[in-house]
Design a protein. Sequence first.
Lengths: 137, 165
Amino acid sequence: MRFAFRALPAASGGVLTPRPVVDIALEGLPDAPMECLLDTGALRTRMSAELAPLAGIELSGVLTEQFYIGGLKTVGALARVGLTLADGTDEFSWDAPVWFCDPWPHPFGLAGLEGFLHYFLVTINAYDGYLDLQPQP
Amino acid sequence: MTVSGHQYDLDRWSVEAALQGVLPEPIQEHFVVINGRRWPPKQVLALVTGLDRADFTTHQARRALTRLGFSAARAASSSGHDPVASSAAGPLRPAVSGTAKWSESSVEALRPFIGLWVAVRGDEVLVAAPSAKEVVAWLAQHRQRAQSMFRVPDSEEAITGAAPQ
């Protein structure tokens, strides 16, 4: 499965550096896959907590952890959820732990080791601006 | 301006003002550009006149709005079908070739929505709204499936990890 890097407009004009992202659909929210930055330095897969109720994911009473991200103190709540990755031709679904965080400063989720990278063979071709993901059974 | 036998005193500013806080519906074929966004002509004219959409045609709406100075065009590909039909018609994400590069058109399509949540399919912005909840509600209401949902960052810091203190 191949994914082109995504470029975004800069608020000050011009274009932000294209980044490796994947669109991950949460179980219960199949029509709005969340853009997630591929973060090879992150141990967890994290998303904004505002997505959980939209997908019908219950977070009350689950394991939580406090941490800092970019200098911002936040709380992550752990849920094991069904995830789906699709490239328009193929799709792959897996069940993984995701930390839903509030507050969440980023405009996208972070796809890290636990929850994402453990499930794929990843090849990043930054020169040509794409990444290949091969699901690992 | 006369629409469907009724007289209206409309100008482009009153139309722009009437659309504040309203989300555009899916583009079927024709659209007009207002406040930097694409709108179905019939949605706009119905909103500003209070008329039922059955009282006028798309072409009448398009003509009325272009007379007010709004540009109009025909969508390159129709997106007004349900998710099942959409999936059957083709991939949500364009196939990526060996030397894939991001497209300038996709960046420019996002520029009017800096700071907003968007749902996109290919280079097309399906909907933009202040919250993910509103975007998801719009997708469900109009039976649309997005390729991706995210917030268009309003600062470089938001995507480099340097969050506000």
